[in-house]
Design a protein around this ligand. Sequence first.
Ligand code: SF4
Length: 388
Amino acid sequence: MTGFAVKGWCPGALRPMASGDGLVLRIRARNGRLTPDQARLIAGLSARHGNGLMDLTSRANLQLRGLDPAGHAASVAALDGIGLIDDSPESEARRNVILSPFAPMGGAAWQLAEAIARAMTTPDAPQVPNKFGFAVDASPPVLADTPSDIRLHPHGPGWLILPDGGDWALEADNAAEAAARAVALARWFMQGGVQEGRGRMRDHLRRAPAPPSGAAPLASSLLSKYPCDRAAGTAGATSPSPGPAPNGWLLGFAFGQITPQQLTAAAAIGALRLTPWRALLIEGASHPRIEGAILDPDDPLLRSHACTGAPGCPQALADVRALARSLAPRLAPGQSLHVSGCAKGCAHRGAASVTLVATAPDRFDLIRGGGTRDPAAQCGLAPHRIPL
Ligand code: SF4
């Protein structure tokens, strides 16, 4: 299996990451929502200062790519003017909260996500590792497969607070209490969950620490609804499909890649919600037409994952998106595909029906029903010999 560098942090706006195609600037929109004006301005920044390619990420963020240092500085200044920049790179990194894109604005889930973000950016907030994050679900639940260290689900009149990888939960009667308990759980994690500045909740729970006070075993009915191993994902696991959503219309984009033209066209229809499924939700829309967007829920590209790959990522050994595009039409119904430029597997954390890991520009290891780090069934396959 190919080696790869683990950076242990994610880019932000104030702390961009150098990639093969320039700097990557990640915008963490508050509660994942962009107004039409914000979206239009971001599209302009991508066209003017970036390389005209943006990523919809699995953390429900939007990334500009291909910036140089001057373009980055100009973009940060412009984003600051529309309220999309934090006070410091540290608070930006800790404000790592995914809200269900279907959550009504101003509702309980919305307020809860805001309260967690606020608490995590105060000076005395727990100094969680860079990738540590929260997910706040709403009704109907849609974030069960979205990896997060602490997950909050509406439960009866209150909330359940679940640590990733645990079989116990905390309960809260209202959003304010749930936010306080979630942040307290992050503090509990900090007592032993971080080593050399890194750590994730599921790894901490494997060491079987005593649960915090108030934790109660999760009833078996809830365990099946919110399985312990939420980070693993499943082969063929489905995300909400393109089409009507409770608050608008969901559009798919191959590999989550979106252009300034597409973003501008979407903003002309309504406000936008970023989703952890690398899709875009247009609030209040009905049958929107955006050139190049995926509208068909059966489009095999929706079941195809591919990272940035070559030449955009310096660690990539192949142009994986081109290969994924060429293989997608051969996928059987329900079959999923993941093509990765190296074993790190940035595009898809879980299993796929077929996973291909580049070992050279035109050679791939094939894993069936697993992820990039699982044993390969076949090694060194040329693209034309890949069986699906
Ligand atoms: S998985 Fe892809 S994007 Fe991630 S480091 Fe490897 S080549 Fe780069």
